[in-house]
Each structure stands twice: as C-alpha cells, then as structure tokens.
Design a protein around this ligand. Sequence first.
Ligand code: MG
Length: 270
Amino acid sequence: MSAIPDDRCRPVGSVPPGMWREVVGVATDLDDTLTAHGELSAKVVAALEDVRAMGLPCVVATGRSLGWGAVLARVLPVRAVVAENGGAYVRREEAGVRIAFMEPDEVRDAGMRRVAECVGAITDRFAALRVVSDGALRVTDVALDINERVSVDPAVVAAAVAMARDAGLHAVTSSIHMHVSYRAADKVAGLRAALGALGLDPAALDARWIYVGDSPNDAGAFGAMALSFGVAGVRRFAGSMPAWPRYATDEDGPFGFAAVVAALRAGRAA
Ligand SMILES: [Mg+2]
C-alpha cells in the first residue's frame, strides 16, 4: 500500500487564504462526490446553486455516459458536463444543450470496434464482470460494473484491466465502474475543451479552477490542478491512486463537496 505523501490530502483549512479569491470556476466529479448511494441530494443542488450565485461557472466531469451528460447539463445548474472520462462533452446553450466529441467519427467507430472485441474476451473469461445496464448510452468507451449493482473482487478487476492494456487499449476505474476505451481517460483534456467551447480560458484550469473528486479516474485532475480536493472517501484508494489531490475534506461525498463550496464562499468573503 502506498502511503499518501505529506504534501497531499492536506486539510481544507490549509489552503492559502488568498487563493480562494483567485478561483474562477469549479469542476467536479459526479459519483460518490456529488452523489451518495447514486442519489443527488438537495444539499448538493444548493451547493451548486451557491457556486452559480458567486458568479462562478461549474462544470461536471464524470465517467458516466454521454447520454447521462446530456441530461445532467440540461437539468443541473452547471455550464457543461464532460462525460465518459473526457471522451465527449455537453454544454448548455440557451434553452438546450450541444454535444461535442474529442475525435472524428471514424476514429471513434474504429476504436469502439476494438473495444467491443476486447470486452467480449473479458466477459467470456470473468463471469463476474458484466457491461453496465445503460451501456447503449455510451459512445467512446464500454463500462463494466465493478461496484454499482454488484461487487467484483478487486483481483478480477485488476486482471481485466491488464487484459485491456495488453490489447493496446486503455482501462481506468472509478468507485463503481471499470472503463475500457480506445482513448486514455483524460477528464482534464475534456475540461479544457469544454472551457474553450464556453468561451472561458482553458489555461486557468491549472491554478484557478477547483476540482473535487474521489476516485482513480480523477487522478489526472488531481495531478494537474493546484486546487484539487478529494472527498474523504478518496483515502480508500491508497495503493491504487496514480496521483493524490492537494487537499482532502473530512466529510465524504456530497458533504465533502459542500464543505469545499462553504470554504470557497467564506474565503471569498474574508
Ligand atoms: Mg467518483
């Protein structure tokens, strides 16, 4: 088990006071960060409305499908949703939403044929691993359920991840799913593209946007963004987390997200 470095997962109170006033946006994961047990509470919607009331844009970055992203971008008080770990994004546009992909259709189609073949081999070998029930809504990866409706032995997940990588594909896990894709999971690249499409400065992401997450598929953002926060549950990934958030909350899931927003509000008022 790799220990958490001393300069990572620091208390929220150790954020230098002046940094809160530098913040220009809030990006966040969805599952087990905004949601708990799969549900979105009034507390989280209130926290998202708080961010908007501060005049700051909020963007969700999730491993969930593009189908989910299109709905979330329309019904939550956010400017955009990056879906499928950066494979596509949806931005709010007047009364509707607009979808954009990171690659041309032919790259996606060829990539997804390779993914389908590999996932077929994985599910043939491991009976415990099954494609998620809403897989038809996905366009840039296939997700396997590891901890949503069923609980799969981590050793099986590790072996399946190795199979995908041996096939020249990419695999990443969240708290609930294992994703297999022709493209590397990259929520940060998806966030940069979404910010650009919104007319916001993608370069501000590194130092002036907050990111809140909980799982290995958030590690890219944790590593790239100076104001990265893990909710308390992030600590359970000791041993399998490629990069840790700079800060971590004492509260888990939506309570952790709300704690970051409360600290942001207090820090900007100070
Ligand atoms: Mg998550």
